[in-house]
Design a protein around this ligand. Structure first.
Ligand code: NAD
Length: 684
């Protein structure tokens, strides 16, 4: 059984950055967070960055039963404990909530640790435990060493002080066993260089840089500088600002230090700071430089409780942990600005909401809903599927209303992304670069839709949700590993939805990663079943196909003969009324000479149109792909749905292209190349 690091508060600002560093350093991670001051979106984005899923539990650390369950489900080897309320001002107003959350929460966590024989803990303490170090009347404790006596000046700081003492007592009670690292942070700033995660304060930010960032994007008018008559080079107070990525790395160093102790326990405090103080104006100037303009500010009177200098002496951490802060305030300001401009409202995107979708509350498969004017679209992580398209009150796709039903064997690929290779591969084998690959047979003698565990059965990572010019951009990622269903090579797949108020564009992108093979095969599409009738079947739907040549198939095997011929029951752009008597399951050909692996550069061609007399919605499909399968859903027989309950229009590559010399290049993805395609649904 693999061993995990439990991160409490892992969805928060410092926690989320630390989860990335843990995974980058080869650790496996479980996150517990009650999301009281954070969003699950942070974890979804971390998964995107580290390209793997992270078990997440929405649990309050004060809940003994639920916390214990996590320890039963995962073998935990150590804990990094971030979960806490942290606003100094708020703590003076609701001190009991702070003591309950931070202190009671930690006591509860320690009880669960003890019960499960987990003895390593890294604790987030704070420089606030030192209080006002100018109280000694001289600068003997500036920069501040760990030996500086503690004297916090507010309830928040008191909770950290109390918890440090509790940890010390717990260690003393079994000093051979417990390994406790207390990390006292100075002022964490900045964001992940990817621009995908950062600090997302709710309400008015308490700290200098988040406030400045909101001034820069116009959410606040100007910065107030509290006092410019301190004895510093420019009159403003001095603090020790540490890049959050450096801070995160400090936790890995502390954890490794604890785990390297072979005999006996440890209780030890380390300052995590840079040792270099910066004034408010230094930070203001660095951030203005990152933004490219001077930001409005006003100097007002000193703020009660502020002192001249709170700079760390980080020598102990530098020496003992072998850790040193490497990034300066300039880098932190650049990263913060990148995060702020890409996410002006933090993790919130107007019109976007999400919830867990399966009955076990598993966060790996959420339902994400996007409302854009008359159009509302719901997507889920499983298969990066389309669960709902609601246009002007018409729900036009077949779907189950809960995530569990998508696991039904009878599910005919409702709404899902299909891959690694959509449609059939004859005889479940193919040859590539002189090697024969044998695939699982899941449809007669063939491989259909990627084999036994196709993309439809995987939870995609993410999504990353953005809104640009009133268009939602929703990006999912799936790493399909080498050897799964016996396909060669690790493939990184991106499914990107663009949702405006009357269209959904889907973009597929894939490439080989990790250099395991020189080539693989691929063909990705979406398998939505459309129904405009508002009824159990699509009968009376009037459809027009823009192309009437199709890929002739052998009647018995359903495999292509290699001929492209005119379909005897389809004339381009002539209306066909669907009924019990009409049956279609054919691959229509748009471009017989296609050989590109990335079709996104080609013209988006209209290939299909549908209307229904009882619906006011017109539905149009366009694509850059060379073919599309048109299927009238005659085989559908699943919970709540009957035959002909929906029709499919699946643009993609030629069926079984790998076995045809002319068409094979469409599906062979070579190292260094990018597979790409576009499908668009327009509604009017
Ligand atoms: P944050 O609020 O972004 O993260 C804390 C996380 O803990 C949040 O995701 C929150 O939802 C979660 N949480 C709170 N109470 C919980 C509970 N009872 N059960 C489960 N989850 C709970 O704050 P942050 O800035 O990332 O700070 C992390 C830790 O570092 C905190 O302990 C904080 O006191 C400490 N710290 C922060 C700073 C700073 O300036 N950010 C400075 C020194 C110390």
């Amino acid at each position: 059984m693999s061993e995990y690091i439990l991160v409490t508060g892992g969805a928060g600002y410092i926690g989320s950055h630390t989860v990335i560093e843990l995974i980058n350093n080869g650790h496996k991670v479980v996150v517990v967070d009650n999301l009281v001051n954070s969003s699950y979106e942070a974890i979804a984005r971390v998964e995107f960055i580290v390209k793997q899923s992270i078990p997440f539990f929405n649990v309050d650390i004060r809940d003994y039963e639920k916390l214990s369950k996590v320890f039963k489900a995962y073998k935990i080897k150590g804990v990094i404990h971030f979960a806490a309320l942290k606003a100094v001002g708020e703590s003076t107003k609701i001190p009991l909530d702070y003591y309950d959350n931070n202190v009671t929460g930690t006591v509860n966590l320690l009880k669960v640790l003890k019960e499960n024989d987990v003895n390593s803990i890294v604790f987030s303490s704070s420089a606030t435990v030192y209080g006002d170090v100018t109280r000694f009347g001289d600068d003997r404790y500036i920069p501040i060493p760990e030996e500086c006596p503690m004297d916090p000046t507010n309830p928040y700081g008191n909770t950290k002080f109390v918890i440090e003492n509790i940890l010390k007592d717990v260690h003393s009670s079994e000093s051979e066993k417990w390994k406790v690292a207390v990390l006292r942070y100075f002022n964490p700033i900045g964001a992940h260089p990817s621009g995908l995660i950062g600090e997302d304060p709710s309400g008015i930010p308490n700290n200098l840089l988040p406030y400045l960032a909101q001034v820069a994007i116009g959410r606040r008018e100007k910065l107030s500088i509290f006092g410019s008559d301190y004895k510093s080079h420019d009159g403003t107070p001095i603090r020790d600002y540490i890049h959050v990525v450096d801070l995160a790395k400090g936790h890995i160093a502390a954890l490794d230090y604890l785990h390297k102790i072979n005999e006996g326990g440890l209780y030890r405090e380390w300052n995590l700071g840079t040792g270099k103080g910066s004034t408010v104006f230094d930070v203001y100037n660095a951030f203005s430089k990152a933004v490219g303009k001077k930001l409005p500010y006003e100097v007002v009177g000193r703020r009660a409780g502020d002192v001249l200098d709170l700079t760390a002496n980080p020598a102990r951490a530098n020496k003992e942990l072998g850790w040193k802060a490497e990034l300066g305030i300039e880098q932190a300001c650049e990263d913060l600005w990148k995060w702020t401009t890409a996410n002006p409202h933090g993790f919130n995107v107007e019109g976007y909401s999400s919830k867990t979708f399966e009955s076990d509350g598993n966060y790996g498969n959420r339902l994400q809903t996007f409302v854009n004017g008359e159009l509302s679209v719901s997507l889920a992580n499983r298969g990066a599927l389309i669960q709902d398209i609601n246009f002007d009150g018409d729900h036009i796709v077949n779907a189950y209303d809960n995530g569990d039903d998508y696991l039904l064997k009878s599910n005919p690929f409702f709404g899902t992304t299909v891959g690694r290779v959509a449609n059939r591969i004859a005889n479940a084998e193919f040859e590539l670069n002189g090697k024969t690959y044998h695939l699982p047979k899941n449809e007669n003698n063939n491989t259909l839709h990627g084999g036994l565990v196709g993309y439809d059965k995987e939870n995609f990572l993410g999504p990353i949700v953005k809104k640009e010019k009133d268009v939602f951009i929703v990006e999912y990622k799936l790493i399909d590993p080498d050897g799964k269903n016996n396909f060669p090579g690790d493939v990184e797949n991106i499914v990107r939805y663009y949702i405006d108020n009357k269209s959904i564009k889907i973009e597929y992108e894939a490439q080989l990663i990790n250099d395991k093979v020189d080539a693989t095969i691929i063909n990705i599409t979406n398998h939505s079943y459309f129904n405009l009738s508002g009824d159990a079947t699509t009968d009376d739907t009037v459809v027009k196909l823009s192309y009437d040549n199709y890929l002739e198939v052998d009647a018995k095997t359903l495999l292509p003969t290699g001929n492209v011929v005119k379909h005897d029951r389809v004339d381009a752009n002539k209306p066909i009324t669907l009924s019990e008597a009409t049956f279609y399951d054919y691959c229509f050909v748009i471009d017989n000479d296609a050989d590109a692996i990335d079709t996104r550069k080609f013209e988006l061609k209209k290939v299909f149109e549908a209307t229904h007399p009882r619906s006011h919605t017109k539905f149009v499909v366009s694509t850059t792909e060379p073919t599309y399968q048109f299927y009238t859903g005659v085989g559908v027989d699943t919970k709540g749905f009957v035959a002909r309950s929906g029709f499919c229009v699946e643009p993609g590559r030629f069926v079984d292209a790998i076995h045809n010399e002319k068409w094979a290049p469409q599906v062979i993805l070579k190292k260094g190349e990018v597979y790409g395609s576009i499908i668009q649904y327009d509604l009017s």
